[in-house]
Design a protein around this ligand. Sequence first.
Ligand code: 4NP
Length: 156
Amino acid sequence: MKILFVCLGNICRSPLAEGLFQWHAQQQGLADRFTVDSCGTNGLHNGELPDTRTRKNALSHGLQLEHRSRQIQQQDFAEFDRILVMDEQNLTTVKNLCPEAFRYKIHKMRELDPIAPHADVQDPWYGGEEGFETTFQTLDRCAKAWLFHLVSNVDN
Ligand code: 4NP
């Protein structure tokens, strides 16, 4: 199963979501069942590593992020089985780009969050360091929830 995580710049939220999902899949011995990637709706940071603050925070939890930013492209909609977006703005942009036949693949990252289902993953880009830790905790919780959900349903 191929999972694509999407945010605006692909340097804060979505590369972290990708890394956390992959990490949890590995921990559960499920890594061979998933291919993960991430991208942004804009291409402003194409080719860049994740934001220094995102990488520093992730590393403090033992997670190294090496993804290079890229912009979403049309072939992603056919290629990926689930497209998980971070907020309402991403949802609108991605739905507008996506052919109708593939729109069922698009979901919000926090759809399964027991704390705030369907809420946005706030963009930490403009705020202080604590925002990056909040983002980490939110994405960690949701990555686990999606992994559990997909593994529970993938064999059906
Ligand atoms: P992200 O955060 O969408 O979580 O990667 C952002 C990073 C950079 C910009 C916007 C959002 N930017 O416009 O440069």
